[in-house]
Write a protein that binds this ligand. Sequence first.
Ligand code: ADP
Ligand code: MG
Length: 241
Amino acid sequence: MSSIDSVAQKYRGLHLSAIAQGLEQMLEQAEANAVSYLHFAEMLIERELQQRNGNRIEQNKRRASFPVHKSLDEFDYAFQTTISKREINNLLDFGFIDNRENVVFIGSPGVGKTHLAIGLGFRAIEAGYKVCFCTALTLIEVLELAELKGELKKKINQLLKFDLLIIDELGYLPMNKQGMHNLFQLINALYEYRSIILTTNKEFTHWGEFFFDGNVAVPIVDRIIHHSHIFMLGGESYRLK
Ligand code: ADP
Ligand code: MG
């Protein structure tokens, strides 16, 4: 009969490393509890699936390129009273992603917009979705660079692979005509196909101000707020607390 090591080696050869690694312990456990053959077969494959799932989630967290870690558990609703825990929890079934809807957080600096966006992003990844975080500034730069190389479409297609795109701090930057055109191409491609979480310090009626051409602000804003959950955050800056 083969040794545990040689069996484990065969699992490893088929890239079933979680089974290979846990084999000895699972065998002992199975013998001690007199588990059925079927249950044992299930134990093996469950171990492998669990590890792969965990690895994928870790990989998706790295790929999301969050600037910092923020958790919804750390969000203090007693300080930020213009949004309730229930409203945020309602988003956590991620129906908004399945239905390709958007979430928009509007409010002045320090009221928790980025915190909520990142917190939701982490939870979405844990629920199995692919998320990409970028500030509006980097996004505009990345799109501009791609456009100069004649690769705007390719870049947009890359971004469309994510289920959820978080665009942080739209409204802090003035944008030139090409930047706005590129952004429109992206928003148009995302529209009713992928979800966006957007944070902004500007109310929609003021969006014309930071777009080079107010006329293009309208179709962009239209596409973002059609099918969207809009939260106006008020109160004091948490940074000044
Ligand atoms: P905004 O994006 O609206 O400018 P941030 O989300 O970056 O604000 O918040 C500023 C800082 O204050 C961050 O470190 C954030 O984690 C923290 N913060 C803001 N609001 C809260 C809150 N209600 N509970 C806990 N931390 C908060
Ligand atoms: Mg912010």
